[in-house]
Design a protein around this ligand. Sequence first.
Ligand code: MIG
Length: 790
Amino acid sequence: MPQYFGKLPTTDQPWTTIGTVQAVHWNQHNINLECGESRLSISVLAPNLIRVRMSPNGEFMPRRPWAVTLDDTEWTVIPFQVRETDATVEIETEQIRVCVQRENCRMTCFDKAGRPFAQDADLAIGWRLGAVAAWKRIEADEHFYGFGERTGFLDKLSEVKTNWTTDALDYGSLTDEMYQAIPFFMALRPDVAYGIFFNTTFWSQFDIGAEQPGLWKMETRGGELDYYIIYGSEPAEILRTYTQLTGRMPLPPKWALGYHQCRWSYESETVVRELAREFRDRRIPCDVIHLDIDYMRGYRVFTWSPKRFPDPAKLISDLTEVGFKTVTIIDPGVKYEPEANYHVFDQGIQNDYFVRQANGRLFHGYVWPEKSVFPDFLRSDVRQWWGDSHKSLTDIGVAGIWNDMNEPAIDDRPFGDDGHKIWFPLDAPQGDGGEMTPSSSPSSQNARATHAEVHNLYGLSMARASAEGLQRLRSHERSFVLTRSGFAGVQRWSSVWMGDNQSLWEHLEMSLPMLCNMGLSGVAFVGCDIGGFAGNATAELFARWMQVGMLYPLMRGHSAMSTARHEPWVFGERTEKICREYINLRYQLLPYIYTLFWEAATTGAPILRPLLYHFPNDPKTYTLYDQVLLGSSLMAAPIYRPGIEHRAVYLPEGTWYDWWTGESYSGPVHILTHAPLEKMPLYVRAGAIIPMQPVMQYVDEHPVEHLRLRIFPATGEFTLYEDDGHTFEYQKGNFATINYRVSVDGEQTIVEIGAREGTWTPSPREVIVELLGVGEQQFQDDGKPRTLKF
Ligand code: MIG
């Protein structure tokens, strides 16, 4: 096998296939199947989780724990049985049975009801120079989700998805390579679901029945096959395990759930002050203002333009006074500027922090600061330095960092000269070799990776440097991190936005399926630029987009240089009123949404969910991309076309209420709903308990005096999560949960308020319990349990 494998096409040699199983050995974790030269290894990590590895020469590369947080040996040992027959080797856990045919070493998994899944095709595993691949069957009625950041609609059947981080400028519904590369997907059919995490950071690709209908394929330009199969009877179980494997997000500061306003660029202190004033004067809630690249002095990271931002410390503290947090953009490219006293360049050169080519020469390319060099974020010392460099920003009050261009996006000549996108040479050495497992051989311990292996990790590693830096510098406050590029596990460090979308109805329409697939890939804190980044929204498009944006876990408006401005008030009074109303609703729903963030942080559940997430046995939800659930209770059916005021809505099984009118429907049913511009159709599941607070102009503007529980009759429950919203006290257990239950007993509806659990105490407040169509009752919240009858 060559030393490194790149993105470049391999030869058209035929695939060498794995042979017949000749010997089987196992221990408490692992079953090894010897197939001549090659070897298949199956590790049983949990009752629903196995890891499969295949090495053509029988030797496994030392593992680099880049995406996976738990080493195989760190999983609790669980019981499983191994049975050998003449024709098969069978492995059985509490939840699944894996059957390997000795002939051709083909593997099939079965659930407890004997239903097959993730079944190898006749050609199961193959390799040829520089590439390894595996093929499995697509079952009837099976649909495919996840795949990280993907354009188009929800289900990816018949599509090819490449994992190679790219500046996906001008993307559209047919674009393949995106900013994020997350080699994970899940397959769903009634009663059976499974997830595949393809554990390779090299270039990789999924082909979901495009080349051969009925078969899906995964291929990587790395030396061995390594993937995890996660079984679940439904997506929620798969995500729980997948996020156990690749990590979960920490709780962000609550202010990051408010509305963010961004533009490329609010180019001066004066403009920023005006912007802030407009929000407060017009009573449109907003928590965060983002500063794009023009705040810097000639695009030099960690500097300020003295002309346009003469006193950033004063500006930021004045913004803080009126409830705004400031987030600054930081790009990876460092201006190549010898002997100019540019400290970031000088320090990077002195300490040899920048990426070099294989021949030892410094790599450079062109980005905003013209000729630039690039920190090797794969190295821990570089991440430490980069993180510490944020001190100049945090010292003056910056509360969050926005990482852009970190695919990395680089041109081969100065911007504006019609250059080509390049990346570091594939053989450029990166990292410090310290990522090896303790058990790997001493010689491989120091082996550095090549860019071919870690290209997909550049954005993730940069976001990690930012997150860890902020954690050190603002150790008492949670910070906000936003990244454009990332890899599996990016949720541990950062939120993600979907890059440069366009001010088109089509982009509004695909924003929800894009975010849903991110959520199904373990990344819950995600958003798209409201109004569209490139182009000019119309008033109507903007109003519809703000309604949809209210549902985005990350709710940020943004727009590009030389496009029309996209603030909520620029389109006239009617649009402004609509924007205000939906941003207000977002703020009213914060107790509900914050609880969803807590759920994401503790279980890996997405915040924004496609309907199939809660109705996995209803095939009508499998390709339904234009309705979403915010949490388990609220369902939106937005409008995505100009001039349209009516749309069909699918209400799955159960009773549903119209959020606005209270009218009830019993599903499954299709209805036609009327949605004039002022209205985004919203529905609530019977049994829902939605906690709401009064509108505020920013999170924690004042204590919540009234907590309103909107209850939609039927049996149901909700556990509210609360904490101080901005420190790390919650990690020491300083938070509170309250369980609310509703049940119907004949004519009577009973609401049970559970005792407040945990050590955190909310400020004094009244709780208003509003039972839809019946009435309200209120009480002073003393944390004690009580029962209300309606
Ligand atoms: O070359 O910083 O996706 O959000 O406003 C463009 C300027 C660089 C791309 C980002 C966009 C940002 C813009 N950036």
